[in-house]
Design a protein. Structure first.
Length: 300
């Protein structure tokens, strides 16, 4: 795992919101995996590009909506402006295969689907779980497999070993996420229910956990593992050892009104899986445990 990417993200976010930067350790800003050569090696598939919706083909770009604060999937480099991460690289590779440049738009996770439906973006790519409920609103090209995990303070002072131990405790989640739904619907057999704090900021959630305002954070496996290994040089947090909860696919969200775009992205990504580009990107970001071999649409 690369350590300073998440630290640079946290440092930038804390400075931006007025929290003392000295609370976070600083480090060199160049410790990111070198993936540019992998992405730049992708060549355009003219046949696939010809199947794009006219509006996208004419624009020559793919507008990707994301919540860029979710390492190692998508986050800002030390300059606070350049989007990096495994999903960012996959999006660029898909764009290259289709002859498109990729334009990332940073927005609240809870607004991604409505922004897609309104046509402000062409796709979403933000570690969003492909669920039956969300499929009623948009379509998904599934590209990764993950699940919910529990992150706690280093040393696990609350003694949390599984979901039942969250009952009666405060837990932080991302607003509009599958983790929020899970925590709010969890049935506690004894004691008080889980007290859920939902925000649009991973950094805010981490600060709440560090200061003890919450006992745990529910997040996706790749993010939790990455943050636990990087924040404070691995001294702030740890991940509870248990199988991922409600494991399922991440999906690239596409408007139901553009099935041609869905098909083009699915075929482009499958080509990247088949030629090894996809695997190289995931390996570089140490998230190959979630790799897929078949790219599906809405889990089919």
């Amino acid at each position: 795992m690369r350590r300073t990417a998440a630290l640079a993200l946290s440092l930038f976010a804390l400075v931006a919101c007025g929290t003392p930067a000295e609370d976070q350790p600083a480090g060199p800003a160049d410790d990111l995996p070198s993936t540019s050569a992998i992405v730049e090696a992708v060549t355009k598939d003219d046949a696939l590009a010809a199947t794009l919706p006219p509006a996208v083909a004419e624009a020559g770009k793919l507008r990707v909506g994301s919540n860029i604060q979710n390492p190692p999937n998508n986050f800002y480099a030390a300059d606070g402006k350049t989007a990096v991460g495994s999903e960012v690289d996959l999006a660029k590779a898909i764009g290259a295969k289709l002859g498109l440049t990729v334009e990332h738009q940073d927005m609240a996770f809870s607004s991604l689907i409505t922004s897609l439906q309104a046509g402000r973006i062409d796709v979403t790519m933000a570690a969003m779980n492909d669920t039956a409920e969300r499929q009623q609103a948009i379509d998904f090209v599934d590209y990764f497999t993950s699940g919910i995990t529990i992150m706690v303070q280093k040393g696990n002072p609350s003694g949390i070993k599984g979901p039942d131990d969250l009952c009666g405790k405060a837990v932080a989640v991302n607003l509009g996420s599958s983790q929020e739904t899970y925590a709010k619907q969890f049935q506690c057999l004894s004691g008080d229910p889980i007290s859920v704090t939902a925000t649009d900021s991973d950094t805010q959630n981490q600060n709440q956990l560090r200061t003890g305002r919450v006992a745990a954070i529910l997040n996706d496996l790749p993010t939790a593992v990455y943050v636990a290994k990087t924040a404070g040089d691995g001294e702030f947090f740890e991940v509870v050892e248990l199988a991922p909860i409600n494991g399922g696919p991440y999906g690239i969200g596409v408007n139901k009104s553009t099935p041609e775009l869905t098909a083009a992205i699915q075929k482009a990504l499958q080509a990247l899986v088949d030629d090894g580009t996809y695997g190289k990107i995931l390996d570089a970001w140490d998230v190959s445990q979630g790799a897929v071999t078949k790219v599906t649409v809405n889990g089919q």
